[in-house]
Write a protein that binds this ligand. Sequence first.
Ligand code: ADP
Ligand code: MG
Length: 373
Amino acid sequence: MITFNNVSKTFQDGFKALTDISFEVKEGELLVLIGPSGSGKTTTMRMINRLIEPTGGTITIEGKDISKEDPVKLRRTIGYVIQQIGLLPHMTIKENVSLVPRLLKWNKEKYVEKVDELMKMVGLDPSTFGDRYPTELSGGQQQRIGVIRALAADPKIILMDEPFSALDPISREQLQDELVRLQQEIHKTIVFVTHDMDEALKIADRICIMKDGEVVQIDRPENIIRRPANEFVRSFIGEDRLQDNEGLSLPSLKKLIVPPVTGYRTRGLAESLKLMRRRRVDSLLVVDNKDTFLGIATVWEVQRRYKEEELTLADVMDTDVLRLHINDSGETAFQHVNNSKYGFVPVLDEQNKVLGIVTRASLVEHVVDQIIE
Ligand code: ADP
Ligand code: MG
């Protein structure tokens, strides 16, 4: 669909921004260009709609050399979304979205219908938002308009240069999700620039990693994670996003310990319930005043016997519980946690003092952390 053949760019000041890059964007794919700031992503992208001209090599779209096309006409067939939105402040939302269709002299009925359809696609009711001005919308809403404006004239290609970078994290996630959903309906050829690997992994069909004006690796996200081309890619995707599976191991017990919530053996049941609610736990490790582990009291048991006002934690605790000692292996911890009726196991020192607990969550977290990130 779009092909870069040995493309280079040396700017007028002599700065060589791109050296000999070759790659292809396939029809209907979302290709993410990613790399550190200054690696040449924007330059690469802006050559596709001829806002920047290469100084070497050729770029073709559907086999045609774009340097031989009229740049203005070319641009009208390519949607372009940038970070600073670029909505025209004196035009209403509907006028902004219909800008290119009107330049292309579509008849009114056709573009009015298109604007309505697109606004609905991104969850903005045309009758509510259509006649507002850009400043009357939130940042996320404005950026949605920026995206659908680029889609309005039904271009085959859409270029998006860090379109969500200025948004707060929640709006940003929402727009990423919407873009993925939208793309499933519209199947455009999209080139998307970002410097955020999580964003790339979330939305990309393929990722093209750039560094110092060169393409370092281009592949599906899965392959990039599994087989980074070199150290640069490895560190760029985050050192430990994937380690060799055989290297997956249980850590020493010490690394799995998380702080416990303990209650003295003489604590009353009402106070104990309050403590559990405050700390958001469903059980307490019952200890004596030397912090020696005695048993586990669950919220269910405390509740069941709540009416017996004279009872304390020592009366309702379960003493028949699995426990770990600090020198036990990660393996043992794993087994005990799996076999525990509570989903966690207390870890004790030589004097049976409580050091912490190992939970299912801490094991899962550790294993997942080892595989990804
Ligand atoms: P990215 O989008 O990856 O951050 P750019 O493509 O914007 O990077 O820029 C790549 C390099 O080219 C940068 O070092 C930038 O300073 C340089 N550059 C960009 N535009 C010009 C220009 N008009 N003249 C000289 N150097 C430029
Ligand atoms: Mg840029």
